[in-house]
Design a protein around this ligand. Structure first.
Ligand code: WTA
Length: 646
């Protein structure tokens, strides 16, 4: 593959003419005007209790879509499919942690999903959950998590899902912020063959300070004997006598702009941002992009290997695919367990036609070697997707070759928690693919790449990615924080949404994403803020000051390097390094654990006392530092460099 390059001189892959003929997406859609495109989609894809009277009301920075319309997300994802005679269609192929050969694999049809969602919704009602009463969900990749989300949507109760790998502290913070009355969790997590605490993590967080959570509902996953208090109830017991007849708990008609969920995400300060998503526009954006980007047909078998704790799981495991009545795989486990072939066995067993995953997962498979994929029949695969971080061309080529049989097109989809659904992506049958590039805006999306002064940058020049037109799934602000919403996304430019990503155009006008330009780091596609990690580090009694930078990592995309100065004459030892890494894992979650800790006398500061973060990044990457003359004490960085370079 020596002729392969990383950008414009690289290989290109024109669309397969057969796919161009049959693809759901039509080239004319790209020409359609914003409102008529989405109006058409909304009428075709969603069922409304009451029609909307206005497609879009745009009062920058707040959008309202499908104003006056009423619908219910659960009805659209479940009930209407059963009513349409699709009750026997499989909604979820459930694959437990120990893989597709496990005796615990099972299929959940749309009819069964409807009954289980109804029963759980009836149970939640017993606890006082109803329209507008928020619920926290802290679970792993088990069907009950999907059911819990849908049960909330059925009742009109906003949910906030907290990634199952986050700490109890993170759960408590988020639940208290949204004032959740109920938290749904599971007894234990099963991942990679090991049981790990889940419910007791939540307890630790909830018990650490006053909480709004009054009831904790516990799903039995492993059946472990865990401490239960008066606050707790097992889901089994809660719904033992609950009706599962859908008519016993009809879907609540919601306004288009009623809150569907909040999802907290990392930003440039310590406090996570509560990203607000509402019902009509969000659901439509997910359903439309899911259908068109992945070319979903009636017999598609779709697998999104993300986690429901992230936006990808919300939009492309739950709301998009289920709204489209699609059959999905739901896998509880991790790549590499019980063996390196588990993913390929899943694809073979269920005849997966669409696989959507992250570059980190692809790189992990690449490292394990293609022989594992080659040992299985993956010929069912038609479309591949990538999300969460830039995909390097080597991983792209490997993915196409060894998973896509040398022909499946790869949709490198760019979007964010804030955008709700895919915005920049190739389109099947239309786009000539370029490895490593997300390339083109989805219909109706208007990106620009600007310099700091607001001018559009020339080709091959990195600038800031912005969006100049609203889209249906865009965030409706940050929960209870209008100012932060405006400051973060709408103050850099007066007329556009500032995404926080660097990007550039190539000579053909295709877009390449270059990574975050703020203090957000992206480890294995998981979004973390340097400030959050720094706050966790300074909680340790020995730490005076901490600063965090990211360096490139061949496996995880980025890895976290922590720079720490200690109190008094405390010495940086290996034990302390371990303790600090553990501290971060405890406080935020294991995924935030720094790859390395560098001890220093001080941080590189300017005379005005500001830490020069750019230098930390250079040091972490082992790069030349350039001008350090504005530092109070340049020898600090030399010491740091010595430690990094060994
Ligand atoms: C990054 C995940 C390059 C980007 C859906 C964005 C990507 C952040 C891509 C959002 C991609 C996501 N190419 N970078 N295809 N997709 N990103 O909120 O930096 O967890 O701003 O949403 O991931 O992360 P989030």
């Amino acid at each position: 593959m020596s002729e392969q390059a990383t950008t414009t001189e690289g290989r290109t892959y024109p669309p397969d003419p057969e796919l161009s003929k049959t693809a759901n997406v039509r080239p004319e859609m790209l020409e359609q005007d914003l409102e008529s495109f989405w109006d058409e989609q909304a009428k075709q894809r969603l069922s409304w209790y009451e029609p909307y009277d206005k497609v879009l009301e745009w009062d920058q920075p707040y959008a309202k879509w499908f104003v006056g319309g009423k619908l219910n997300a659960c009805y659209n994802c479940v009930d209407r499919h059963v009513e349409a005679g699709m009750g026997d269609k499989v909604a979820l192929h459930v694959v437990p942690d120990d893989g597709p050969d496990s005796s615990e694999v099972r299929d959940i049809t749309y009819a069964e999903l409807q009954r289980r969602v109804t029963a759980v919704a009836n149970g939640l009602k017993e606890l006082g959950v109803g329209k507008g009463v928020p619920v926290g969900i802290y679970m792993q990749m088990i069907p009950d998590a999907v059911i819990a989300m849908l049960a909330c949507a059925r009742l009109g109760a906003p949910h906030t899902v907290v990634f199952g790998g986050f700490s109890g502290k993170a759960v408590a913070e988020r639940c208290n912020d949204l004032e959740c009355k109920v938290l749904i969790t599971q007894d234990e997590a099963m991942r990679g063959g090991k049981a790990a605490p889940q419910k007791t993590n939540a307890d630790e967080g909830l018990d650490a300070s006053p909480t709004t959570v009054e009831k904790v509902v516990v799903v039995r996953r492993t059946g472990a004997d865990i401490p239960m208090s008066d606050r707790d109830v097992y889901l089994d017991d809660l719904i033992a006598n609950a009706s599962d007849d859908p008519e016993s708990c009809p879907c609540e008609p919601m306004e288009s702009e009623d809150l569907l969920f909040l999802l907290y995400t990392s930003g440039s300060t310590g406090k996570p941002k509560g990203v607000v998503h509402t019902t009509g526009g969000y659901l439509l954006g997910c359903a439309t992009t899911h259908n068109l980007v992945f070319d979903v047909k009636d017999d598609s078998v779709y697998w999104c290997a993300a986690d429901i704790g992230w936006i990808t799981g919300h939009s492309y495991i739950v709301y998009g695919p289920l709204a489209n009545g699609c059959t999905s795989v739901l896998f509880e486990g991790v790549p590499g367990y019980p063996d390196q072939e588990v993913w390929w066995k899943i694809i073979e067993k269920y005849g997966v036609t669409i696989l959507y995953t992250s570059p980190t997962a692809i790189r992990a498979h690449m490292k394990a070697g293609e022989k594992h994929a080659q040992a299985h029949d993956l010929s069912s695969i038609k479309i591949l997707g990538s999300v969460g971080e830039p995909i390097n061309p080597e991983a792209w080529e490997w993915y196409r070759e060894h998973v896509g049989g040398g022909k499946a097109p790869i949709m490198d989809t760019w979007w964010q928690t804030e955008t709700g659904h895919i915005l920049i992506t190739p389109l099947p049958g239309i786009t000539t693919l370029k490895p490593g590039m997300a390339q083109q805006p989805f219909p109706g999306v208007r990106p620009e790449i600007r310099d700091d002064e607001g001018n559009q940058v020339p080709v091959e020049t990195t600038g800031n990615l912005v969006l100049t037109q609203p889209w249906p799934g865009m965030m409706r602000g940050l929960y209870n924080d209008d100012q932060r919403y405006r400051d973060t996304y709408w103050s850099k430019y007066s007329d556009a949404y500032f995404a926080g990503d660097g990007a550039k155009y190539d000579a053909d006008g295709d877009i390449m994403l270059m990574g975050r330009i703020d203090d957000v780091v992206n480890v294995s596609g998981h979004r973390l803020s340097t400030f959050e990690i720094e706050s966790a580090l300074v909680e340790h009694a020995d730490v005076a000051e901490a600063a965090v930078a990211a360096k490139k990592d061949p496996d995880t995309g980025q890895a976290i390097v922590a720079f720490v100065s200690l109190i008094g004459d405390k010495q940086g030892t290996e034990e302390l390094e371990q303790a600090l890494r553990e501290q971060v894992a405890q406080s935020i979650g294991k995924l935030a654990r720094p790859a390395s800790v560098i001890f220093a006398r001080d941080m590189p500061k300017t005379r005005s006392g500001k830490i020069m973060r750019r230098l930390l990044k250079n040091i972490a990457e082992g790069e030349e530092l350039g001008d350090t003359s504005t530092l109070v004490d340049p020898s600090v960085v030399e010491e740091m460099q010595k430690q990094v370079n060994g």
